[in-house]
Write a protein that binds this ligand. Structure first.
Ligand code: ADP
Length: 248
């Protein structure tokens, strides 16, 4: 069974926009606990791929499985998020007027309104989980700071923390280190390596230095299909990849 041991199985996925194939018979298998990087030139289909996984875009054909049993093509965006797939967009979207702690508090799985959940008393267990995530994203000392006063990188870490509050099994991250300082990029690499194993991560990234520092497995997308897969060294030495990137 191809789904055994995979957190994500995509087979023969195609997505067309007015006859243009943004994804073209794409196959992708991500193992449980894996840290996978997806690279590829602009227009390769990376965003469409994440949209299919999160249910934002329905594939015209193909199969998409989360774990061994959940058919993503039959689930709504909300159901997919609740099932354990968390997505982080490139631009951080935190509640700027609220403190770091309150942002994490709001991100906890809850069906209460924003105001009701800020008024509700936290259980000891919930408080512990927030402290744990604060330590993971290294924002313990900024816990009472309004999120609007954080640096760009810290806002990104807070948003990752907000995703972690939902206990996702699979995290999708879109260009996480764009605009970060070198130190923030280094911390992100260390953080992702720490999260892998316990979670599975799929990272779309242009920064090859960063890709090289985190991923043992890289997938190159081109024209909506997988062009190459392997270690960064392997794919960077691949003739077809060189052609696509250098236009030779
Ligand atoms: P990437 O994220 O790798 O840059 P995208 O997934 O955004 O690539 O886009 C793949 C291709 O599909 C591009 O040529 C893009 O113009 C096209 N595309 C993406 N979304 C739409 C849409 N909603 N309507 C029409 N074309 C789209």
């Amino acid at each position: 069974d191809v789904r055994h041991g995979t957190i994500l199985t995509l087979e023969d996925i195609s997505v067309s926009f007015d006859g243009f194939k943004a994804l073209n018979a794409l196959n992708l298998y991500i193992g449980v606990g894996e840290l996978r990087c997806i690279i590829g030139p602009n227009g390769a289909g990376k965003t469409t791929l994440m949209d299919v996984i999160t249910g934002k875009t329905r594939p015209g054909s193909g199969q998409a499985w989360f774990g061994e049993t959940l058919d993503l093509t039959q689930m709504s965006e909300v159901e997919i998020a609740q099932a354990g797939i968390g997505r982080k967009f490139q631009k951080p979207t935190v509640f700027e007027a609220l403190s770091v702690f309150e942002n994490l508090e709001l991100a906890q799985k809850t069906n209460k309104s924003v105001w009701a959940s800020l008024r509700a008393k936290l259980s000891g267990e919930q408080r512990e989980r927030i402290d744990e995530v604060l330590a993971t994203i290294r924002l313990e000392t900024a816990r009472h700071r309004p999120a609007g006063l954080l640096s760009h990188g810290q806002k990104q870490f807070l948003e990752i923390g907000m995703l972690l509050m939902q206990d996702p099994q699979l995290l999708l991250l879109d260009e996480p280190v764009a605009g970060m300082t070198d130190a923030e990029t280094e911390f992100t690499a260390e953080l992702f390596k720490r999260l892998a194993g316990q979670h599975s991560l799929m990272v779309v990234e242009h920064d090859m230095g960063f890709v090289g520092s985190i991923a043992d497995h890289v997938t190159v997308l081109h024209q909506g299909s997988v062009l190459a897969e392997g270690s960064l060294d392997e794919v960077q030495g691949n003739e077809r990849v060189i052609e696509v990137y250098l236009g030779r």
